[in-house]
Design a protein around this ligand. Structure first.
Ligand SMILES: O=C(O)COP(=O)(O)O
Ligand SMILES: [Mg+2]
Length: 236
Protein backbone atom coordinates (compact mmCIF):
# COMPACT_ATOMS: atom_id res chain seq x y z
CA UNK A 1 0.00 0.00 0.00
CA UNK A 2 1.17 3.51 -0.76
CA UNK A 3 1.71 5.52 2.41
CA UNK A 4 0.11 8.95 2.09
CA UNK A 5 2.73 11.69 1.82
CA UNK A 6 3.37 13.59 5.06
CA UNK A 7 2.86 16.91 3.31
CA UNK A 8 1.96 17.09 -0.36
CA UNK A 9 5.23 17.06 -2.25
CA UNK A 10 5.80 19.16 -5.35
CA UNK A 11 7.15 17.59 -8.52
CA UNK A 12 8.71 20.13 -10.88
CA UNK A 13 9.06 19.13 -14.51
CA UNK A 14 11.25 20.53 -17.23
CA UNK A 15 9.27 20.92 -20.48
CA UNK A 16 11.26 20.38 -23.71
CA UNK A 17 12.52 16.81 -23.80
CA UNK A 18 10.96 15.88 -20.45
CA UNK A 19 7.19 16.46 -20.45
CA UNK A 20 6.86 16.90 -24.18
CA UNK A 21 8.60 15.60 -27.26
CA UNK A 22 8.89 18.96 -28.98
CA UNK A 23 11.87 18.19 -31.21
CA UNK A 24 10.12 18.08 -34.60
CA UNK A 25 8.50 21.49 -34.12
CA UNK A 26 11.61 23.09 -32.63
CA UNK A 27 13.74 21.93 -35.56
CA UNK A 28 11.10 23.03 -38.08
CA UNK A 29 10.69 26.52 -36.59
CA UNK A 30 14.43 26.92 -36.16
CA UNK A 31 15.04 25.97 -39.79
CA UNK A 32 12.30 28.34 -40.92
CA UNK A 33 14.07 31.06 -38.90
CA UNK A 34 17.59 30.52 -40.24
CA UNK A 35 16.29 30.10 -43.78
CA UNK A 36 15.80 33.90 -43.65
CA UNK A 37 19.62 34.07 -43.70
CA UNK A 38 19.81 31.36 -46.39
CA UNK A 39 21.47 29.00 -43.90
CA UNK A 40 21.32 25.21 -44.34
CA UNK A 41 18.81 23.43 -42.07
CA UNK A 42 19.92 21.85 -38.79
CA UNK A 43 19.05 18.28 -37.80
CA UNK A 44 17.64 16.62 -34.69
CA UNK A 45 21.18 15.60 -33.67
CA UNK A 46 22.21 19.24 -33.82
CA UNK A 47 19.27 20.18 -31.59
CA UNK A 48 20.81 18.48 -28.55
CA UNK A 49 23.65 21.05 -28.71
CA UNK A 50 21.43 24.02 -29.51
CA UNK A 51 18.46 23.75 -27.15
CA UNK A 52 18.46 24.39 -23.40
CA UNK A 53 18.74 28.16 -22.92
CA UNK A 54 15.63 29.28 -24.77
CA UNK A 55 14.94 30.44 -28.33
CA UNK A 56 17.42 33.35 -28.44
CA UNK A 57 20.39 31.19 -27.58
CA UNK A 58 19.15 28.35 -29.82
CA UNK A 59 19.01 30.70 -32.82
CA UNK A 60 22.43 32.20 -32.03
CA UNK A 61 23.97 28.75 -31.70
CA UNK A 62 22.34 27.50 -34.93
CA UNK A 63 23.70 30.47 -36.87
CA UNK A 64 27.18 29.90 -35.44
CA UNK A 65 26.92 26.18 -36.29
CA UNK A 66 26.12 27.13 -39.89
CA UNK A 67 29.15 29.45 -40.03
CA UNK A 68 27.21 32.69 -39.69
CA UNK A 69 27.74 34.15 -36.20
CA UNK A 70 25.21 36.91 -35.62
CA UNK A 71 26.38 40.47 -35.42
CA UNK A 72 24.83 43.74 -34.35
CA UNK A 73 21.10 43.71 -33.71
CA UNK A 74 20.14 40.85 -36.06
CA UNK A 75 18.80 38.65 -33.25
CA UNK A 76 15.48 40.28 -32.24
CA UNK A 77 13.97 39.98 -35.73
CA UNK A 78 15.02 36.33 -35.91
CA UNK A 79 13.54 35.62 -32.48
CA UNK A 80 10.31 37.24 -33.64
CA UNK A 81 10.33 35.08 -36.77
CA UNK A 82 10.88 31.96 -34.65
CA UNK A 83 8.16 32.82 -32.14
CA UNK A 84 5.60 33.64 -34.86
CA UNK A 85 6.26 30.34 -36.64
CA UNK A 86 6.40 28.22 -33.49
CA UNK A 87 3.32 29.78 -31.88
CA UNK A 88 1.42 29.64 -35.20
CA UNK A 89 2.11 25.89 -35.52
CA UNK A 90 1.32 24.80 -31.97
CA UNK A 91 0.82 22.04 -30.99
CA UNK A 92 2.22 20.78 -34.30
CA UNK A 93 3.69 17.32 -33.88
CA UNK A 94 4.45 17.83 -30.19
CA UNK A 95 3.23 15.09 -27.87
CA UNK A 96 3.56 14.14 -24.22
CA UNK A 97 6.09 11.34 -23.70
CA UNK A 98 4.60 7.87 -23.19
CA UNK A 99 3.07 7.35 -19.76
CA UNK A 100 3.28 11.03 -18.76
CA UNK A 101 -0.44 11.72 -18.46
CA UNK A 102 -1.05 8.51 -16.50
CA UNK A 103 1.86 9.40 -14.20
CA UNK A 104 0.50 12.90 -13.58
CA UNK A 105 -2.96 11.47 -12.85
CA UNK A 106 -1.40 8.97 -10.44
CA UNK A 107 0.56 11.68 -8.62
CA UNK A 108 -2.36 14.10 -8.47
CA UNK A 109 -4.62 11.41 -6.99
CA UNK A 110 -1.95 10.70 -4.37
CA UNK A 111 -2.04 14.40 -3.39
CA UNK A 112 1.10 15.65 -5.12
CA UNK A 113 1.36 19.10 -6.68
CA UNK A 114 2.94 19.52 -10.09
CA UNK A 115 4.73 22.48 -11.67
CA UNK A 116 6.80 23.32 -14.75
CA UNK A 117 10.18 25.06 -14.75
CA UNK A 118 11.38 25.55 -18.34
CA UNK A 119 13.84 27.80 -20.12
CA UNK A 120 11.32 28.05 -22.97
CA UNK A 121 9.64 31.47 -23.13
CA UNK A 122 6.75 31.51 -20.69
CA UNK A 123 4.21 32.49 -23.37
CA UNK A 124 5.23 29.55 -25.59
CA UNK A 125 5.17 27.12 -22.67
CA UNK A 126 1.72 28.31 -21.59
CA UNK A 127 0.35 28.23 -25.14
CA UNK A 128 1.70 24.78 -25.86
CA UNK A 129 0.49 23.19 -22.62
CA UNK A 130 -2.88 24.82 -23.17
CA UNK A 131 -3.21 23.50 -26.74
CA UNK A 132 -2.44 20.02 -25.42
CA UNK A 133 -5.02 20.35 -22.62
CA UNK A 134 -2.40 19.91 -19.89
CA UNK A 135 -2.43 23.30 -18.12
CA UNK A 136 -4.82 22.20 -15.39
CA UNK A 137 -2.29 19.73 -14.01
CA UNK A 138 0.09 22.47 -12.87
CA UNK A 139 0.07 24.85 -9.91
CA UNK A 140 2.75 26.98 -11.56
CA UNK A 141 4.39 27.21 -14.98
CA UNK A 142 7.48 29.37 -15.18
CA UNK A 143 9.54 30.04 -18.28
CA UNK A 144 13.01 31.30 -19.10
CA UNK A 145 11.74 34.89 -19.06
CA UNK A 146 9.40 34.66 -16.05
CA UNK A 147 12.08 35.82 -13.63
CA UNK A 148 15.30 37.70 -14.19
CA UNK A 149 17.19 34.45 -13.87
CA UNK A 150 16.72 31.01 -15.30
CA UNK A 151 17.99 27.45 -14.95
CA UNK A 152 20.58 26.55 -13.76
CA UNK A 153 20.15 29.51 -11.37
CA UNK A 154 18.55 28.07 -8.21
CA UNK A 155 16.13 31.01 -8.03
CA UNK A 156 14.28 29.83 -11.15
CA UNK A 157 13.39 26.65 -9.30
CA UNK A 158 12.83 28.23 -5.87
CA UNK A 159 10.65 30.92 -7.50
CA UNK A 160 8.60 28.21 -9.23
CA UNK A 161 8.18 26.31 -5.95
CA UNK A 162 7.02 29.50 -4.26
CA UNK A 163 4.49 30.26 -7.00
CA UNK A 164 3.16 26.70 -6.76
CA UNK A 165 2.72 27.01 -2.99
CA UNK A 166 5.21 24.19 -2.49
CA UNK A 167 7.82 23.46 0.13
CA UNK A 168 11.43 23.32 -1.11
CA UNK A 169 12.24 20.50 1.32
CA UNK A 170 9.45 18.41 -0.28
CA UNK A 171 10.31 19.14 -3.92
CA UNK A 172 11.75 16.89 -6.64
CA UNK A 173 13.00 18.19 -10.02
CA UNK A 174 12.71 16.06 -13.18
CA UNK A 175 14.53 16.92 -16.38
CA UNK A 176 16.44 15.80 -19.44
CA UNK A 177 19.54 17.94 -19.42
CA UNK A 178 22.38 19.49 -17.48
CA UNK A 179 20.42 22.64 -16.57
CA UNK A 180 17.78 20.58 -14.79
CA UNK A 181 20.17 18.49 -12.74
CA UNK A 182 22.28 21.59 -11.97
CA UNK A 183 19.29 23.72 -10.90
CA UNK A 184 18.19 20.92 -8.56
CA UNK A 185 21.68 20.69 -7.09
CA UNK A 186 21.88 24.49 -6.76
CA UNK A 187 18.51 24.61 -4.97
CA UNK A 188 19.36 21.52 -2.86
CA UNK A 189 16.51 19.31 -4.06
CA UNK A 190 16.72 15.74 -5.38
CA UNK A 191 16.76 15.28 -9.15
CA UNK A 192 15.46 12.65 -11.55
CA UNK A 193 16.81 12.50 -15.10
CA UNK A 194 15.04 11.11 -18.15
CA UNK A 195 17.23 9.72 -20.94
CA UNK A 196 14.75 10.30 -23.80
CA UNK A 197 15.21 14.09 -24.13
CA UNK A 198 17.82 16.36 -25.64
CA UNK A 199 20.94 15.97 -23.54
CA UNK A 200 24.15 16.03 -25.58
CA UNK A 201 25.79 13.72 -23.03
CA UNK A 202 24.45 10.51 -21.41
CA UNK A 203 22.29 11.66 -18.48
CA UNK A 204 24.13 9.30 -16.10
CA UNK A 205 27.20 11.56 -16.45
CA UNK A 206 25.17 14.44 -15.01
CA UNK A 207 24.92 12.56 -11.68
CA UNK A 208 21.20 12.88 -11.05
CA UNK A 209 19.86 11.30 -7.87
CA UNK A 210 17.85 8.88 -9.98
CA UNK A 211 17.13 8.01 -13.63
CA UNK A 212 13.79 6.79 -14.95
CA UNK A 213 13.56 5.20 -18.39
CA UNK A 214 9.77 5.63 -18.63
CA UNK A 215 7.11 7.62 -16.76
CA UNK A 216 5.60 4.33 -15.51
CA UNK A 217 8.46 4.39 -12.99
CA UNK A 218 7.41 7.77 -11.58
CA UNK A 219 5.44 6.61 -8.55
CA UNK A 220 4.71 8.02 -5.09
CA UNK A 221 6.92 5.25 -3.66
CA UNK A 222 9.92 6.38 -5.72
CA UNK A 223 9.39 10.04 -4.88
CA UNK A 224 9.03 9.42 -1.15
CA UNK A 225 12.15 7.24 -1.17
CA UNK A 226 14.17 9.92 -2.98
CA UNK A 227 12.99 12.67 -0.64
CA UNK A 228 13.79 10.53 2.38
CA UNK A 229 17.24 9.52 1.11
CA UNK A 230 18.05 13.10 0.13
CA UNK A 231 17.03 14.46 3.54
CA UNK A 232 19.24 11.87 5.25
CA UNK A 233 22.15 12.71 2.94
CA UNK A 234 21.82 16.42 3.70
CA UNK A 235 21.75 15.81 7.47
CA UNK A 236 24.89 13.63 7.24
O1 LIG B 1 13.57 25.83 -24.83
C1 LIG B 1 14.70 25.56 -24.34
O2 LIG B 1 15.78 25.96 -24.81
C2 LIG B 1 14.80 24.67 -23.13
O3 LIG B 1 13.57 24.27 -22.65
P1 LIG B 1 13.51 23.29 -21.36
O4 LIG B 1 14.14 24.08 -20.23
O5 LIG B 1 12.04 23.05 -21.20
O6 LIG B 1 14.26 22.06 -21.72
MG1 LIG C 1 14.67 20.04 -21.40
Amino acid sequence: MTPAPVRPALIVFDLDGTLLDTHADLVESLNHTIAALSLEPVSYDDLTHLVGQGARVMIERACRLRGHPLEGDALPALVERFVAHYAGNMPGRTEPYPGLVAAMDRLKSAGYRLAVCTNKMESLALGLLDKLGLTHYFDAISGGDTFEYRKPDARHLTGTVERAGGDISRTVMIGDSINDIAVARNAAVPSIAVPFGYSDVPVSTLNPDHIIMHFDELTPELLERLLQEYAEKVVV
